[in-house]
Each structure stands twice: as structure tokens, then as C-alpha cells.
Write a protein that binds this ligand. Sequence first.
Ligand code: GAP
Length: 439
Amino acid sequence: MDEEKKTADMEAIVSLCKRRGFVFQSSEIYGGVGGSWDYGPFGVELKRNIKSIWWRDMVQHRDDIVGLDAGILMHPQVWEASGHVEGFTDPLVDCRSCKKRFRADHVKDGRCPECGGELTEPRMFNLMLKTFLGPVEDDAATTYLRPETAQGIFVNFANVLDVSRKKLPFGIAQIGKAFRNEITPRNFTFRTREFEQMEIEYFVKPGTDEEWHERWVTDRFEWYVRYGMRREFLRLRQHEGDELAHYAKATYDIEYLFPFGWAELEGISNRTDFDLRQHAVFSGRELSCFDEDTGTHVVPYIIEPSGGVDRAALGFLVDAYHEEKVRKRKRVVLRFHPELAPIKVAVFPLLRNRPELVALAKDLAAELRPHMMTMYDDTASIGRLYRRQDEVGTPFCITVDVESLEDNAVTIRERDSMEQIRVPIPEVRQTLVKKLGGA
Ligand code: GAP
């Protein structure tokens, strides 16, 4: 291994994603549809791993956060109370020549980025995707696909408080789909019209909100580092006053240095008591907590770490992507953290035309499968099988060879160092569990 490229280029990532089955274009056989992507066999595992470590770290391993899974369709009034009907807009401009549409804040010099034509004056465009509840398409039945999962948490605040008996500070977490009619979806899975969010609404006593905001910003930043993103490719950026969402007093973005530049992975906002107060007014229900210290009811302030599953997946992919020269040949390897790797171990027979080797390899794969995501493969030569697994980030490959029939041992090859060790078959499982750190 003598050469390493530092930052991946986007074309290489997109091509790998398609070639190896991480991400496909939505409705590809019909020519595709803008702003929507499908995750293939490896992509779906990567996303599931991201969501499950987030859920484990943010909910199951904490005493102060509980989970929720609210519906995507909600009462239309939710979106009036939340301010989304009024204010969830982007400025849109049309090109008078080629008729393409752009977000005004994405256009640099006032001319069409495609053809250089003259642009219209900006007009505000609501990003929520409209739909109709029931068979009658009238105004009374109009609602929206949720543009953020957060509102499902706010409207369930009293329900969750009642059943969980939590005291401030405490949080409610949710993972789920959100939809936005983005004017210009772009940069592969980075900006799409359908995506998944991982959100926490953390309720705190007014006056302690700024301190909690800082704590959450640090915690969430370190979470990305813990699962492998290089610190030098991450930064924090505070929103300027005119950039703040209508509900926010202050927001920090955790940004990653994607091949197309620094861009937001996750936003951490201080939403104040805006949402609970709005829903209290619109619903007529009191949304507050009893504060034992003061003996009064308070409307909590909310700190909101809000991340995107798809953006985290893209960031982890970009960070893991490495091209190296090994014995003068290019090796593409995804150096995923073991917990993120879609497949933990792949098992191959050295010779697929030797039934005893195939049987031994299949038996070993079957033994490992209940304990870790395992793949059996015998569809190419060993060198090619290793390369395929490197490209999807599998930390360990096992080869069953002719000697295995004699010594009942196999070769385990490690993805990053490519070192190989010989391990007796009865010890393989424990060896891997240890090396994967329990993953
Ligand atoms: N509840 C707050 C909220 O929704 P946001 O900054 O608009 O805040 C939070 O979105 C996260 O959701 C972003 O940091 C990003 O990871 C993800 N996200 C937002 N819009 C997205 C889009 N069009 N495509 C993919 N992910 C998106």
C-alpha cells in the first residue's frame, strides 16, 4: 500500500453506490424521478446500522430520553400552528429562456446557472408536499406530508409526559420519513424530496436552555467522530440571524466536507418554547410541566438535535472511501467503522469445484450468521472476492482452503491492513466478535 487519495470524488462515490448496490435511482426503468433514491442491499444495511446505533446511543443507553413513532399524516392544523403553512418557504426564480427553476439563494450572479438567461423576480414557494385525506379533494381534506418529524413529538408531548413520568430535563426521540418539495434536489442523496430524519426534542427548564444547547452540540459532533468521520472533515457553523428558521433562537450546523464542499449533516437548534406555546393556543390544550423546585407549571424550552439518516449515510460513505495502490493495482476500500459495515464477515471456499471445501465454508457461514451479518460467496476467484468485499467495506474475509480439511483452521483476512491470520474453526466466532468490538 503506497499511495492514498484523501478526499473522494463524487463521481467515484456515485458509481460505486450503483455498481455495488448501495443506492439506485428511483424508478430507473421509467427514466428516473428527481429527488428520490432507492437503497439497495448494502445501502439498506448501512442505513439500518446508522439508525440502530443512533437509537441505542440516544434512547436505549440513556435514562432521560424515550422514543416515539408518530404518523407521517397529521391534522392539517398542526402545520398552521407550527408556522409551516406560512413560513416554510424558499425563494424561487424561473429562467425566462430555458424555463428551469432555481432557488434564488443558490444562484450566484443573478443569471440562469444553466443557460445564462435572465431570471424572474424571486417568489416564495412552500416546500410542503400537499395531499388529501379521504376521497374528496376539497380544502377541508387538504393536509401535508410532514416536512419534519419534530411536530409528531410536540403534539404527543402531554401523552408521553403522562406515561413516562419524566421530569425536566428529558427528551423524546424519533426516526422517520420527512418530505420536502425541494426546488432543486441535488448532490446525489444529499438534498432529496423524501428523506429520513433522526430527531430529538429535549425539554429543559427555561434559563438552562443555552447550557443544554452547548452540551448537545458537543455530544452530537463527537458522535460522528466516534463512528469514524475524521475530525478534520467536520466543523461547526452557527446560523446568522437572517438564516435562522422561524422557530429558532440559535442554531449550530454540524457540517461535513463533502466532495461538493462543506454542507450540513445535522442542525442543533434552540427552539425555545415556540412550538409548545403555538400548539397550546391552536389546540386549546395546556402543554406544560410541573416544576417541583418552584411549585409552578412551566412551558419547557426545547433543544433539538436534528440529523438526516441519508446525509449521515453519505457522509460515512465519503469518509470511508479510499483508493490505494496495492502491488501497482488500484484497490477501492470502504473503511467503515465495524458497526456501520453492511456485512461483517464474508466466507469463501478457495476452490468452488471442491464440494468438501464448499460444504465447510457454507457450514462456517451458517454458524456465524446468527451472530453477525455474514455473506457466503463462491462466484469468482479469491482475489476478486476480496476486492468486492473491500468495496462494500466488509471488515473480515475468511478463506477455507485445502489445508482446512487437514488442520480444521481457516485464514481470516483483515480489510484495512490486509493481514492474514490462521485461526482454528472452533475459535473463529469468538475471534471475530472480539475484533469487531462486540458489533
Ligand atoms: N426539525 C428541524 C429540521 O427539520 P432541518 O435543518 O431543516 O431541521 C434537519 O433538517 C436535518 O434533516 C438536516 O440536517 C439534514 O440532515 C436533513 N435534511 C433536511 N432536508 C433534507 C433534504 N432535502 N434531503 C436530505 N436530508 C435533509
